[in-house]
Design a protein around this ligand. Structure first.
Ligand SMILES: C[S@@+](CC[C@H](N)C(=O)[O-])C[C@H]1O[C@@H](n2cnc3c(N)ncnc32)[C@H](O)[C@@H]1O
Length: 350
């Protein structure tokens, strides 16, 4: 079961603290197991087995996405680390060259510093403000980089951290992480992304799922035809300015004629429209239809930052100017929400 935006992200637990039952062995090279008290799990998983399994899935997802069989020889910065990846790496003696965990929660970092003796593992507490996790800390905006002595990593990961970041911290987090990536390194972070027609269109195009593309275009066409002439004109202008193509071919296409106009439109979309352009267009289109997609929603105002959701467009937009380039925004999988894969901006994406 993955956590999706319909499931409240109760992935923090500040009630329980580690207590006398926190039996731990020294870990690392000796191969001991790290026994993490329930209060330091930092996630919503109900059973230890689920929690542990989610760590395995995240580890395996990283390996798969980075084309690796394991993390052998790789250095990893885990920002907002919690405890579960440490537990997995240590308990299963998974290969890794270096692991640095950073968290605003001092209990988590104290625990890991005291119970992990393997020298490849380091932990740092940072007193960064977060309404949910650390309300009295220093604004992230006051940091230009992290207190890591300039160390750089092959991989930077943040799992279920952007799910609790407001837009200004989203952008700033990416900025402060940028100096800590090695050339050729990769960033992966999960977040909640609001689903709308634009994402289905992008996904379908990426997967050459012609039937879904046709269905979406059909809905789009119907909606388009219902618009007042002035709005249609605006959309047409927007489409032309962003894509260089003529939206009339979309509006006037006989959508059921797979060989004719619709197929042509799809081909145009596949080759002519970047994801960014489709997003911008879909956003404008929604606005004109009177159903704007909200760029940022804090779903539980009574518990700020417990569960925040971004529109696709805004999630991309906030990456601009941070020194990162989005390679892909991926759909939720088991144990993970949507997740971005990024590389340093300007680097070859091959
Ligand atoms: C939901 S938990 C996820 C923990 C871990 N990544 C995992 O997947 O189990 C979010 C973690 O991010 C930490 N955190 C929140 N804001 C942070 C920030 N600005 N910088 C670093 N860590 C932060 C919290 O203390 C918490 O441990």
């Amino acid at each position: 079961m993955h956590k999706n935006e319909n499931q409240p992200a109760h992935d923090f637990d500040i009630q329980a603290r580690h207590g006398a039952d926190s039996m731990t062995d020294k870990s690392g090279k000796s191969g001991g197991s790290l026994v993490v008290p329930r209060g330091l799990w930092r996630t919503a998983w109900k059973t230890e087995q689920e929690w542990y399994e989610s760590a395995r899935q995240l580890h395996d997802l990283m390996c798969r996405q980075f084309g690796l069989t394991d993390l052998d020889g790789k250095s990893v910065l885990d920002m907002g680390c919690g405890t579960k990846l440490s537990k997995l790496l240590i308990d299963e003696r998974r290969p890794i060259a270096r692991y640095v965990g950073v968290d605003v929660n001092s209990d988590v970092i104290d625990f890991l510093q005291h119970h992990v003796s393997d020298e490849r593992f380091s932990y740092h507490h940072i007193d960064v403000q977060n309404d949910l996790y650390n309300p009295t800390g220093m604004p992230l905006a006051d940091y230009s980089c992290l207190p890591l002595n300039g160390e750089q990593f092959d991989i930077i990961c943040l799992f279920s951290v952007f799910t609790h970041l407001a837009p200004h911290d989203y952008h700033q987090m990416l900025r402060v992480l940028r100096p800590h990536i090695k050339p050729g390194g990769r960033l992966i972070y999960s977040l909640y992304v609001q689903e709308d027609a634009s994402h289905r269109l992008i996904h379908a195009l990426q997967n050459n799922d012609l039937q879904t593309v046709l269905r979406i275009l059909e809905q789009t066409e119907k909606a388009f035809r219902k618009l007042p002439p002035q709005s249609r004109k605006l959309i047409e202008q927007e489409f032309i300015s962003r894509t260089g193509s003529d939206i009339k071919s979309l509006a006037e296409t006989d959508i059921n004629d797979h060989k004719g106009g619709a197929a042509g439109v799809i081909r145009e979309l596949q080759k002519g429209l970047s994801e960014k352009n489709i997003l911008a267009l879909a956003r404008k289109y929604n606005e004109l239809l009177g159903v704007p997609v909200q760029d940022y929603i804090d779903r539980r105002p009574d518990q700020p930052l417990l569960h925040v959701v971004y529109s696709r467009w805004y999630a991309h937009k906030l990456i601009e100017g941070t020194g990162w380039k989005a390679l892909s925004l991926n759909m939720p999988e088991s144990a993970i929400q949507h997740y971005f894969m990024c590389c340093p901006d300007g680097e070859d994406q091959a």
